[in-house]
Write a protein that binds this ligand. Structure first.
Ligand SMILES: C[S@@+](CC[C@H](N)C(=O)[O-])C[C@H]1O[C@@H](n2cnc3c(N)ncnc32)[C@H](O)[C@@H]1O
Length: 300
């Protein structure tokens, strides 16, 4: 009997200790990520019990502020400080801009763009990734955060490859963070990112890169399936490869903004025109080849 009571008491104590640790953890996170002055005007002071229960059902990738006193416990290490967003090249003033967030997951960067005054923000996420994995779970966090933040960010269910079919030559800024090395066809993705932007628009691209002394100046994409124990990891550009690919796909003023462990880089580039210097949509495939060969007098 005495033992039972002791065990009960100890269990209660442990529960209290855990609650204290969790509370301290939440407070530490809040302290580290002070309320941004541009937080949405209608941000709730706090979440209700039932809202907290919904939040707890989600495996958050991003740490997103859902109320003045609540930030989700995201798995990635982006955090919420100004330094983070400047590392990704995000301008503090996006007033009146149309911004796309390709592969935006829970929406941290989309919400930030909205806070910084963007007129329209669209987040693109596929329903199935390049490997056939449904991304359903990735969508719930964004939906809940959008609701709780009373946000106008719009979700578009589309892979990067088709994103330009939804909005062509439309965006002032296209952000694509942490996506390229998961893709089977990263160059096709660059084509779509080009087509999404207005001429003069800005691409912000963050990706893991391949780095070794043998490939330092090689303009290449290295095939490294499953790297870092992630079966959806696929191809990594060298820094020279990324630069050359961006150039070939109609971007100029390419700047490396930040490098960080991984190794990873963030690039800013401006869309100057069509890809590879030619308007590929005017290319008529076999007809054009036939006409060219006819002109050359070649036997068809
Ligand atoms: C590592 S997460 C990066 C999330 C977020 N952009 C960030 O930097 O925190 C990769 C994201 O790319 C998305 N993704 C994967 N394949 C994609 C595709 N073909 N088109 C667009 N997004 C894709 C995933 O669903 C996921 O949200």
């Amino acid at each position: 009997m005495y033992n039972e009571e002791c065990q009960k008491e100890q269990a209660e104590q442990r529960k209290e200790e855990i609650a204290k640790v969790m509370e301290a953890d939440q407070q530490a996170r809040l302290k580290a990520q002070k309320v941004h002055p541009l937080n949405p005007p209608n941000l709730r002071d706090t979440l209700t019990e039932s809202q907290l229960a919904e939040v707890a059902k989600i495996k958050w990738w991003h740490s997103i502020r859902l109320a003045k006193n609540f930030v989700t416990d995201g798995l990635c290490e982006h955090g919420l400080g100004d330094d983070v967003f400047s590392r990704f090249g995000m301008s503090k003033n996006l007033t009146g801009k149309c911004v796309a967030d390709v592969g935006g997951w829970d929406g941290l960067f989309s919400f930030r763009a909205e806070e910084q005054g963007a007129e329209e923000v669209q987040l693109f996420e596929p329903t199935v990734d390049d490997w056939g994995n449904p991304t359903e779970a990735y969508h719930n966090g964004f939906a809940l955060a959008k609701y709780l933040r009373d946000s106008n960010v719009e979700k578009v269910y589309s892979s990067v490859y088709e994103a330009h079919l939804h909005r062509e030559s439309y965006f002032d800024v296209v952000m694509c963070f942490g996506v390229m090395y998961h893709l089977i066809a990263p160059l096709l993705a660059l084509k779509s990112l080009n087509f999404m932007l207005k001429v003069g628009g800005t691409l912000l691209l963050e990706t893991a890169v391949h780095e070794s002394k043998h490939t330092a100046n090689l303009p290449a994409w290295m095939v490294e399936p499953g790297k870092a124990d992630d079966p959806t990891n696929c191809m990594y550009p060298t820094k020279a490869g990324l630069r050359k690919s961006l150039k070939a796909f109609g971007f100029a003023q390419i700047e490396e903004l930040a490098e960080f462990p991984g190794p990873r880089v963030t690039c800013r580039a401006v869309k100057t025109g069509p890809i590879m210097g030619i308007d590929t949509r005017r290319y008529r495939g076999m007809d054009e080849i036939r006409a060219l060969r006819e002109k050359r007098g070649e036997k068809l």
